[in-house]
Design a protein around this ligand. Sequence first.
Ligand SMILES: *Cc1c(COP(=O)(O)O)cnc(C)c1O
Length: 365
Amino acid sequence: MSDNSKITTLLPDNIAALTAYSSAKSEKLTGTTWLNANESPYSRTPNINLTDLNRYPDPQPQQVITRYACYANLEPEQVLMTRGADEGIELLVRTFCSPAKDSIALFLPTYGMYKVTADTHNIAINGLTQELLLKGTVDEIVTAVADSKLVFICNPNNPTGSMTSLDKIRKITQQLAGKAIVVVDEAYIEFCPEQTAASLINEFCNLVVLRTLSKAFALAGLRTGFTLANSELLAPIRKVIAPYPVSTVVASIAADALSSDNIASMRRQVTILNSLKAKLKSWLEQSPAVIKVLSGEGNFVTLKLKDKQSFNIALEQGLVMRAFTLYGENDWLRISIGNEQELEQVKIWLDGLSLTSNTVEQELS
Ligand SMILES: *Cc1c(COP(=O)(O)O)cnc(C)c1O
């Protein structure tokens, strides 16, 4: 075989500089309780009956589009189905940004895929902060966005759970009209549906809302998301997207998930998950092993540990959560809201930690 080290010399600089994105699932952890990827604990086996797999699929499956438009209170031409919300992020960057020239604005800490996508397409990052987004004035935010083409607002924000008000999103979008596109990532909006920015799409042609079936709809394995925007904004994206992006199998399962019965059942599950989140939050707030709890929206709670070692104790118990470095501190943890039994494992872990910290205190005194 020829010298394969030469392959690297063929890479563009931005690709050579990439470090592989470590998603929750790419880390090869072993465990029994999985609370690290914000997945839903509810799983359903879909009943599908497929006959025409010899044919190419509908590029945008009509039934899925009409059902999602109805669910989101929009027109079908304002809905684009994608391979997860992640593909929506990628399509926006590929469609609207010129490599080696444009930048995207993000409010850190936030979802990691915006940066990964920008890096792989040689697009610069204008790294702003959540603090600016939440506490800054609209003028300050718009000034900091400067000439960035896309402005990603994750709402609720992963992993902090914080919310940007609709009023602020409206004003930012208004001031950036003709200059930039505001992308509101609503991956977790089902957990606080009254806060959606979807209705603003009818007011602004520079607003995009990203949605997914991976979280509240409990279909992370399906890889289905939606890019919501006016048809003028979606038109160029429809030229960039692959010709047959959604398989017939996926379309069939997605259509079923969007039936009115299944939407009602998703909403019942959200109610249960939100109440389990409140319970978990109160345990964490009472635990001496936890220094800070970010109280926010979404199907997760993020916290700062007193001792980073507590994370390894959880792993030894088969309890897998997501460790994070936030604000330059590597002792943060995000716990996804699982079912009652899964959260009981978290309780057992927390109780064990407070026992050891009490013992240490007693030994010291
Ligand atoms: C999970 C998540 C996504 C990805 O959704 P997929 O549809 O599974 O690609 C997008 N944005 C945020 C903020 C997420 O947490």
